[in-house]
Structures are given as C-alpha cells and as structure tokens.
Design a protein around this ligand. Structure first.
Ligand code: SAM
Length: 259
C-alpha cells in the first residue's frame, strides 16, 4: 500500500502529532472561536488537535472520531483531552444528526478521506446553520509536508515515497473549491508556516521515521542505500552546529453553513 497510515498513537505523536499541534495553535489564533461551543473533530487521530480545543476553547462539548483504534487508545489517555468523547468512525458517515455542532473540524485529514467532497458535505450536514466548517491540511503541492525533505531525497534515489491519496486538494485554491462547492459561505483561507528543530540528526531521524509507510519503506532499504539517504537528508537539513531545523507549510480554511 502506497499510503501513509498510523496505528500507533505514541509513535504518531513523535512523528506528526507535534507538527499538528504547532499548526493547530496558529490555526486557533486565526479562527478565534468563541467559548462554550459544540465541536466535532473528524479524524481526531491520537487527539493532538482535540487536546488543543479542550485546553484553549472551553468547549461545551467535543465529539471526536477516527477509524484507527490504535490512535483512539492513545487519545483517551491524554490528560489534556479529558472530557472529549472519542469513538471509532468515518468522515463519510458521521454518526450524528443534522445541526448537532457549532464547529466541525478536520485537522490534517481531508487528504486521506476517500471522497473529500463528501467529507466536507458531511461536516456541513452535522454543523448548524450559521456554524463553521473548518480545517487545516499540509500544502503538499508547495512542498509543505513535514516529510518532504526525506521524500525529496527518496525521489532523487528513484523511489516513489508514500503519500495520502488526495494531496492535490490541500492547496488554498483546492480547499476553497471544495468548501464553496459544498455550499459554505464566507470561505477564507490562511497559509500557516511552522518551524520545528531537533538537537541533532539522530533525534530528527528517530522521531520522523518511527512508524507508518515511510518508516516501512526506509526499513526495507539495504544498508548502503539507507546510509546514502541519511547522508543526503543531512546535507539538505543539517545546520553547522549539528542541529536540524526546518519549516512546514499548511493551508487553513473556514466557511459558514448558510442560514
Ligand atoms: C495525520 S492524522 C491527523 C490526526 C489528528 N487530527 C491530528 O491533528 O494530529 C490523519 C488521521 O485521519 C484519519 N483518517 C483516515 N481516513 C479517515 C476517514 N475516512 N475518516 C476519518 N478519519 C480518517 C487517520 O486514521 C488519522 O488518524
């Protein structure tokens, strides 16, 4: 399977969860949601963004769902996410009635959903008239994916590194089209750049290749190719003091349910 997937919430946290929280913080500054709202967090994964909502937004209710039990098991143990309701579920069939929420959110999920337009329509269905449908997604097309430095070197070595199925929708134009086509109003987007640093190459490598399809591909490389890949990535990213530091780029979007 040529897709990025995670079933281990702890490994996800080191690899992608910390990136998600960095974007999520800026996203919530931009969204500036009122307190006391009812949220649904679609594709909550290990609860990285759910925890931010609990900590920053004083919500009246948070329903969070994801297909991966491994991710949900980690989410349920997050002290900062206590009070959120986690359950197994799919973005294409949200187990909620119409008009159940004030805010429906997908954090780093839309590019995984088999039919992105149906996923947005589902969020619009369960949000109340006047409520908001919001999301953030890596801008793969602009090179914003956090794994891009490794993936670029893999491509240079002739490999086809794993990507989610719908990376093309995750641009400002692509998301705007999805939101507008779903009938959402006052649609606006925002580019979010986040920065992450590690004290040395091994710390970066261990966090970034800890699990998932990219780790599987890297784990299958013969030792010489692995050494080449590590050297190429280090040449691309490493600072003179040995630290690794770089930026990733996400697109945020918001739109209002008519009525
Ligand atoms: C990159 S993770 C994001 C997790 C979390 N929202 C965060 O911000 O860290 C993507 C998540 O999308 C979930 N996912 C994949 N397909 C999905 C679908 N059809 N419906 C809902 N979630 C899905 C995956 O299980 C995974 O937990």
């Amino acid at each position: 399977m040529n897709q990025i997937r995670w079933d281990d919430g702890g490994a996800y946290e080191r690899s992608m969860g910390r990136w998600s929280r960095l974007v999520g913080d800026v996203f919530l500054d931009w969204l500036d949601p009122p307190t006391g709202r009812r949220w649904v967090d679609v594709g909550c994964g290990n609860g990285a963004f759910t925890e931010l909502v609990m900590q920053r937004c004083a919500p009246a209710e948070v329903q969070a769902l994801d297909p991966s039990e491994g991710q949900l098991a980690f989410a349920r143990t997050r002290p900062g996410a206590a009070g959120a309701m986690f359950r197994q579920g799919d973005a294409l069939a949200l187990p909620f009635d119409e008009d159940s929420f004030d805010i429906a959110v997908m954090a780093l999920v839309i590019f995984f959903v088999p039919e992105p337009a149906r996923g947005v329509a589902e969020m619009a269905r369960v949000a109340r008239p006047g409520g908001e449908v919001v999301a953030y997604a890596w801008n793969f097309t602009a090179g914003g994916f956090p794994y891009e430095p490794i993936q670029a070197e893999l491509r240079a070595m002739g490999f086809k590194p794993p990507l989610p199925p719908h990376v093309a929708v995750a641009t400002p134009a692509g998301l705007s089209r999805l939101w507008t086509d779903a009938g959402l109003q006052d649609v606006t987007t925002q580019e979010i750049t986040v920065h992450r640093a590690w004290p040395d190459f091994d710390a970066f490598w261990n966090d970034t290749t800890v699990s998932g399809a990219l780790a599987t591909l890297i784990g299958s490389l013969p030792p010489e190719q692995l050494a080449t890949l590590r050297a190429q990535v280090a040449a691309r990213l490493q600072r003179p003091d040995g630290r690794i530091a770089y930026d990733s780029l996400a697109t945020a979007i918001r739109g209002r349910v008519p009525g």
